[in-house]
Design a protein around this ligand. Sequence first.
Ligand code: ZN
Length: 309
Amino acid sequence: MNKIDIEVSEVGPRDGLQSISQIMSTESKKRWIEALALAGIPEIEVGSFVPARIFPQLADTMEIAKFAKTIEGLKVAALVPNLKGAENAILAGVDKLTIPLSVSETHSMRNVNRTHDQMLDEVKRIVELIRDLPIDERPLIEGALSTAFGCTIEGSISEDRVVELAEALMEAGCSEVGLSDTTGYANPVQVKRLIGKVWDAIGRDHLTGIHLHNTRGQGLANVLAAVEVGLTTVDSSMGGIGGCPAAPGASGNIVTEDLVFLLEAMGLKTGIDFDKLLDARDVVARALPDVELYGFTPNAGLPLGSSLA
Ligand code: ZN
């Protein structure tokens, strides 16, 4: 495989689908994931191991994760909010568990009904579970610091608190941490500053990725800031599905198609074939006919002479 500069991690099957009311069929999800992998997407967050009553859209995560694991070379990630979820993710054989820890404790209480200390205890239990596995079967554990750039309930979030929690997650046994702009509050200056502070505390190797939303249209500017300082993994969602009820017209996650165009146009290799990426977008468009797909590049087309064409 050719060298990749930036790894695009597709989170649409989890973050995108959990944010819309329409349920994508299990068959369509499989065709979508297959098409994404065929386009060269190296990592896909395929679902969330939560009770079906919370997210009926993701009730088939076990089946989807097992299916995704049959695709050669694909890194399969899943969100796990608790020990039970981790047990299921391990059963499915996923490569990476993402455990969300909301820096806003109010958000954490509303979302998972747990304080920071309770979530960190849960992380420790998950780490113990994984350490019982043979070394070659242990998934990576990412502690995802959500609401790291601001919270819709608490407002601004203390950067010192983000750093403290990043340290606590590493002490609890995570392989790495990630920064999530859950609310679309981030700006590029803040992105650079916060990455620097977290790196100073836990080392560059333990923070390599960022999860951005485009709620206020700042998503790609924030990507540029993150890759300029040296992050190497960026989360995005095909068609930016998910949207934001509070901001009509705003996409949810940053749009995979526009992200790939941005990176490649700047000479950063993603290993992704743009035409095949559009094939994957067609799968989503057909499976979710009532859901708006965002993205400028798919609508405008690639510029004449683009290296992606
Ligand atoms: Zn998100």
